[in-house]
Design a binder for this molecule. Structure first.
Ligand code: GLA
Ligand code: CA
Length: 695
């Protein structure tokens, strides 16, 4: 065995830097098991056919006040408002069975509606407003209750589909004879308008980022007839795209209202098109169960039932059961407080800072709301802006930091400087938060511990890795400097973007900043609200980003396109630069190849194997640094019936979709008197707030 001094001398002779050798770099360790925490709701697993079917029923019914309006000649007869074969929800899958009409669900949100042109990227304020207004070709929220063997997106606007023998074509049959909430027919033209003038027209940016790459590069869509569309794919059987046809990437808007405003049909600029339907524009036609009838800035948005809604229960009762939805415009934290207090009806308890107080208050048997924790599906990561070819900011400092981000030693330093135990505890103490190294969440069905590389907290190792990345405090002010040939050897300053609307995002960002300081990195928070945050995220105006991950990290099958840059703008943190190309790194190219294979893999074993490879390569390379993961709880007022048991607040989608609100009802004896516009229906598109309702 060589003596230490001998080894040391040998290394000096080879020119290896002594400091880099003496301090140990980052070493992986076994991932500790998450603290035991049992989800409270028991999911009852079913097949797709147990949930719904499409068929004509012998008779249909509607609320008495709607029947009266129909009788007064203000509405066509119900059977003419419904499609030939409405979607019928099966009673057996409805926890409390056939419901009754009436009442309102009072939501509270921290967002604000920018306007109603979702198709061109306007935010409607989140919290499920858009989920209640838009319907999509397929639907995935309720899949949390579908048996693994039958797992595929639910039909929705597309009531059925079939693949060509070679798997390159997918023909979809849309619901026939359905109408928008203003009575105009819905057809394949609406789907084509969304595709051609919004997704394919890259000057338009639909809200949730649908772009041609979302459906596979080179994919085309054509109209076959009024109710049939046909997809053609480069790959054979890319069954995964059915998930991209759900919320929020294929929910067509009303072409009859939107098309006249599109720049190709008008004098509008793209910006004017996007802003053509401001928040004060009422009754934007929807295929959803409700339409907007009132809006008071910083106060409330009110939605009333859509008399043309195309879904019914098995007795032929037109849905929804609830006549009205409210969206109080407040803060996200207030959503928890109000729902617990009973002045609001629904909250996704997702900010861990509010757990203890909420649990305490809801434990009282007289509490107005029930609270049910689910699996650990809420998680945060630190994402790196990887663009060195001009996506985002291009000044010397930014480019230098992005190049550091591309350096594995640097990323190992960042992951090792993070004390994840402390980060979790800074949100909430107790068995909630768990260590999340990166890649897929530990709670994902595709998660594999053996394929997960975890670099535990070790400030010494972080410092050694920073030195290996060439960073040294050359001017002795305590902050590491770039090497001379990068940004003039100045102090390294890194911007970290986070969403200022959420306490958890802010707390985690603070934690990262403090942990960076301990190892000599100056990290500067860039806390932005709502659409400003989203704009900075989408245009890459940041170096690091603290982000609540989306469905890709839990399900892998939904939002799969976020997992690697399989198209020019499919991942949040690495989009095409000035030359239209994503400057993918070598390991990242491997991730791209894996994701592309996963999308077309039909064999479940192959899919599992591919996600293991994904997990290994992404965590070996610290593709993003996981921060923490924890369970969320659904808080819902006790008067509501038919809330699917075990509905998670987040999985394929948010709980506003998962609980299937159109089937939720309030038994007669528990109904509140909270309807603000009783006995009325949505007004004409473009009416003023609160005015001209049909009565
Ligand atoms: C916001 C909220 C989530 C959920 C979604 C729905 O992101 O934080 O809890 O309500 O909106 O889009
Ligand atoms: Ca310095």
């Amino acid at each position: 065995m060589k003596t230490l001094t001998g080894l040391f001398a040998g290394m000096l002779a080879l020119g290896v830097s002594a400091t880099a050798v003496l301090a140990d770099g980052a070493k992986p360790a076994p991932l500790p098991d998450a603290p035991k925490f049992d989800a409270q709701g028991q999911v009852k697993f079913v097949g797709v056919g147990d949930i719904l079917e499409y068929k004509a029923l012998a008779e249909y019914h509607e609320p008495d006040f709607v029947a009266a309006l129909e009788k007064a000649g203000k509405l066509p007869p119900l059977k003419d408002r419904l499609p030939k074969e409405p979607m019928v929800y099966k009673t057996g899958n409805m926890k409390d069975g056939i419901g009754v009409y009436g009442d309102v669900m009072r939501h509270v949100i921290g967002g604000r509606p920018e306007g109603w042109n979702y198709t061109a990227g306007q935010s409607q304020g989140w919290g499920g407003i858009d989920i209640g207004l838009s319907e999509c070709l397929t639907r995935t929220g309720p899949l949390f209750q579908v048996k693994a063997a039958e797992l595929q997106p639910l039909p929705n606007l597309a009531k059925s589909w079939e693949w060509s023998a070679d798997g390159h074509q997918l023909t979809m049959h849309l619901i026939e004879g359905a109408k928008w909430s203003d009575g105009e027919p819905f057809s394949a033209d609406d789907a084509m308008y969304y595709w051609e003038k919004n997704v394919q027209d890259t000057n338009v940016h639909p809200l949730n980022g649908a772009n041609p790459g979302t459906f596979g590069e080179g994919t085309t869509l054509e109209k076959v007839d009024a109710n049939t569309i046909k997809w053609t794919f480069k790959a054979a059987f890319p069954t995964q795209v059915l998930y991209a046809m759900a919320y929020g990437t294929f929910c067509p808007g009303p072409a009859h209202i939107l098309a006249p405003q599109h720049p190709s049909n008008s004098k509008n600029t793209y910006d004017q098109y996007k802003n053509a339907f401001p928040a004060t524009y009422m009754a934007m036609p929807t295929m959803g169960a409700w339409a907007v009838v009132d809006y008071k800035p910083d106060n409330i948005v009110v939605l009333r039932r859509n008399p043309y809604y195309w879904k019914v229960d098995e007795k032929g009762n037109q849905l929804p059961y609830l006549n009205e939805l409210h969206y109080r415009l407040s803060t996200w934290a207030d959503r928890d407080v109000q729902t617990i207090a009973g002045t609001g009806d629904f909250s996704n308890l997702e900010q861990a800072e509010n757990f203890v107080e909420s649990l305490k208050k809801s434990a009282d048997p007289a509490a107005p709301a029930r609270l049910e924790f689910g699996q650990r599906t809420i998680g945060y990561a630190l994402e790196f802006n990887y663009s060195a070819n001009g996506w985002g900011e291009t000044d010397d400092r930014s480019v230098a930091v992005h190049n550091l981000n591309r350096n594995l030693d640097f990323r190992k330093a960042v992951t090792s400087m993070l004390d994840r135990q402390r980060l979790g505890e800074s949100l909430v103490k107790g068995p909630f938060t768990a260590i999340y190294p990166g890649g897929l969440y530990p709670g994902s069905a595709f998660f594999d511990k053996a394929s997960t590389t975890y670099y535990p907290f070790n400030a010494g190792a972080a410092k050694a890795e920073l030195a290996a990345a060439g960073l040294k405090d050359t001017d002795g002010d305590g902050i590491l400097n770039f090497p001379k040939d990068m940004n003039g050897g100045k102090n390294v300053e890194i911007t970290i973007l986070a969403n200022a609307d959420y306490q958890s995002d802010k707390s985690l960002t603070e934690g990262v900043v403090a942990m960076g300081e301990k190892v000599g990195l100056r990290v500067i928070p860039k806390l932005l609200s709502g659409k400003d945050h989203d704009a900075a995220r989408d245009t890459g105006k940041y170096d690091w980003h603290v982000i609540r991950l989306e469905s890709e990290a839990v399900t892998a099958v939904q939002q799969t396109e976020h997992l690697a840059p399989i198209g020019p703008s499919t991942t949040y943190f690495h989009k095409a630069g000035a030359d239209g190309k994503v400057d993918v790194m070598d390991f990242e190219q491997k991730l791209v190849d894996i994701v592309n294979k996963f999308i077309v893999a039909k064999d479940p074993k192959e899919r599992i194997a591919l996600m293991k490879q994904y997990q290994k390569i992404s965590t070996d390379n610290v593709y993003w640094a996981g921060l923490t993961v924890y369970p969320g709880a659904l808080i819902i007022n006790k008067r509501f019936a038919n809330v699917a048991p075990g509905a998670p607040i987040f999985m394929y989608n948010w709980a506003e979709d998962n609980i299937i609100r159109e089937r939720v009802f309030v038994p007669k004896d528990k109904q509140s008197k909270n309807e603000l516009f009783p006995d009325t229906l949505p007004n004409k598109p473009g009416s003023a707030p609160g005015e001209g309702l049909v009565k």
